[in-house]
Each structure stands twice: as C-alpha cells, then as structure tokens.
Design a protein around this ligand. Sequence first.
Ligand SMILES: C[S@@+](CC[C@H](N)C(=O)[O-])C[C@H]1O[C@@H](n2cnc3c(N)ncnc32)[C@H](O)[C@@H]1O
Length: 271
Amino acid sequence: MAAVRARRWLVTRSASTPDPAAQTPAPPADQLVSLGFRDVAPEEKTKAVGDIFARVAPSYDLMNDLMSGGMHRLWKDDFVKRLKPQPHEHILDLAGGTGDIAFRIAKRGATVTVADINPGMLKVGAERAEKRGLAGLEFVEANAEAMPFEDKRFDAVTIAFGIRNVTDIPKALADIHRVLKWGGRFFCLEFSTSQWPGFAKAYDLYSMKVVPRIGAAVAKDEDAYRYLVESIRRFPDMPGFAAMIEQAGFRQVRYQPILGGAVAIHSGWKY
Ligand SMILES: C[S@@+](CC[C@H](N)C(=O)[O-])C[C@H]1O[C@@H](n2cnc3c(N)ncnc32)[C@H](O)[C@@H]1O
C-alpha cells in the first residue's frame, strides 16, 4: 500500500498560547464578522470555527451523507470533472478537511496538497488516504488567509464548502491568487442561494429544522450544525461572491448553479 507522502501536521499553537479572543477588546461594529446569525470579533469567529470542526471531525463524513442524502458526492464529482486536473499538475485543495476533493483529484494523477486550519480534520483525511492506498498527497496545517506556500506554486486551487467558514474572505482570495501560477485556475464549491422559489422554501425549512436535529442525534452537536446552516444564509449570493473573486484579481469569473443555486461552482483564472 502506498504511504501518504510527507504528512506535515504543523502544530502552530501550543496549549500554553493565550487565547487571543479572550484578551482583545471588542472591535467597532464595522469590523465584526458573521458567525452564523451572530456578528462577532474576527478572532472569535476563527476560534469558534476551529472548535466546531475539531468537534465534528470524527462524524463529518457520515453527517455529509446523511444531510445531503449522498448528493454531496455527485456535486464533488461534477466539481472535479469541471476542474479537469492533469497528471503533471500540482493542485492545492484548500480547507480540504477529510480529503473528499483531494482524493478525486489524486485519482486523476495530479499531485495534491491538502491544506486546512484544523489538525483534527487533516488527521481524519490522512487516515482515509492511507486506507485507500492513495499516493501523491501531502497534508499541511494552514490558514487560508496566510498560507505557508511560496508565490506561484500551484496550477490550480480548489476549495469546497470551506470559504464561508474563513474569517477574512477577501484576504483568503488574495492569498489564493498569490499562490497560483500565471495561467492557473481557482475553483470553489459552496452553498449559495437557490433561485427556484418552491425549492428554496422547502430547503430552508429542511436546513433550519431538520439538519440541526440530525446533528444532535448523530454528531451529538446540534450547535455545530446550526452554525453550518446559519453560515450558508449569511454567505453572499452567486453574483455577490463572483464580484469578490473579481476584486481579488481573477479574470473570466463564472458560476454554475446546482439545484438552482443551493450549491454553486465559481471559477476564475489568474492571467
Ligand atoms: C465544511 S468543511 C469542508 C471540507 C472538505 N473541503 C469537504 O468538502 O468535505 C470546511 C473546512 O474548512 C476548514 N477551514 C475553516 N476555516 C479555514 C481557514 N481559515 N483556513 C483553512 N481551512 C479552514 C475547516 O477546518 C474544515 O475542514
């Protein structure tokens, strides 16, 4: 069985490091960021999101199947098909978590770096890669807002269901642009706002009422899944997010709605 190459889980904060959220005075209202339906200081969001994914990591994959009825697998297949990874390419899967996107890319022969802020999610991902005998993957603990990669390193950067969890999204988009080679592409899979009126209503009801209950029953964490649903509501709509990608310097920015836009694939090029 091929081993997972270069497992680099860089533990960047020691247990004795003070919690920045506990020490910083509250910032002015225009500097607050959304944490689900609440507005909080940026440090508080980063810490809370970190805690949420540390808690849900062991049940994350099962919960994805239950919440989406397995549909997330089809969305991810479609996403990687549109990305068209090539065997000679080096691709960064940012907020890669437990590796779903990275594994699909690696199967097409490309070299993949999985980066995520959460060591718990990366650990599950590295274990899954090992079980599947997947080679050509490395796992790096990294914050999307300030990645430890040199400029122009990657042929493509992907991020799936990750960007809405990032505290400073424009900063992360600028860093994604920085680490892409000229001619490189950015692909993002994320929940958005469905334009199908009947579907949007039913989906809203399902996500607000049912998903937190599944979270409580299976992951024993209703709050974590309530946050995940609320964070979808706060995320910009498809044209709004496309404008943010353009602001970061990307060109030919496009989006492809799935289920009328309940999920969307955004893409852009660096040239
Ligand atoms: C919903 S999971 C998605 C995981 C995987 N991409 C997938 O599609 O299954 C979101 C991931 O974003 C990561 N994340 C949140 N904020 C991040 C940040 N600032 N930098 C890097 N990763 C981050 C979380 O740790 C988590 O693993």
